[in-house]
Design a protein around this ligand. Sequence first.
Ligand SMILES: [Zn+2]
Length: 321
Amino acid sequence: MTGENTSYPLVVGVDLGGTQIRAAALQGSTLLSRVSMLTGENGTPERVVPRLFRAVDQALSEAHLSRKEIVGIGIAAPGPLNNRTGVVLSPPNLPGWRNIPLREIFEEQYQLPVYLENDANAGALGEYLFGAGRGSQDMVYLTISTGIGGGVIADGRILEGTAGTAGELGHITVDWRGELCGCGNVGCLEGLASGTGIARRVLEAIGRGEGEELLALARQQNSSPGESTHETFRVDARLVAQGASMGIPLARRVLDEAAEALGVGLVNIIHLFNPEVIALGGGLMQMGDQLLAPALAIVRRRAMKVPRELARIVSAELGPT
Ligand SMILES: [Zn+2]
């Protein structure tokens, strides 16, 4: 790997996340240095931008590079953003960020070419160039974690759409009479199959008086001895997966529905894009067959034969490390 990467120029990559800031000096997919720090509680641009600069400077110095030795800086940030103007619009998980010209801010600071891309598209490009999509021309990257995001590579290029919002795969409709999503649509894939969606649906059912067994499991895992005055319990996708493997009906139902939604989403993706590779990433992939097997069964049953047989559905190779 290292050998083939020496033909790539030296760059710095920055990942601006809701909880973490990460920066790395890179040559191709080879990491020369890596820095991470917390985005911070009060994550306004005034506080976060200096931290981003510090992360970049640290990544450069740990790789023994000066800014003159790198050809540019690539920033991945949560959408929505405009990758042409380099402006972060108003990401839900970065409060206080509204129309921030992040590219310009970085160009002024470093006097280098700067690229801003939404994190899902950046993930798709990474898989296309260095991961599960290597060698393909048409691929889709789908990341299933707290939310669901994705990016589409069509004919060797990232599919952007008119305003750069194409490939919002978490917000394709999989249940047209479904629940309202934060995006304004109903029955989005993210509402049913993301970690947040799974947890929310379980909590709603518990609120209706269902799922005693799951509630007991949650209490058991979260109770700390000696503190019994306040009942605290946490429901997340991991707990639901555990409950489902123990045969708890509510957990099984919600997880089955999540898997079905994922299957329907994959059928839509196959029909829309006729991809050679669909790379699945994100924390929920750790559930493995619990989520994937029923989803793939739906793909086999429902997707059109020609594009289905050509689509390789595989795990993404470049995870968070
Ligand atoms: Zn939505």
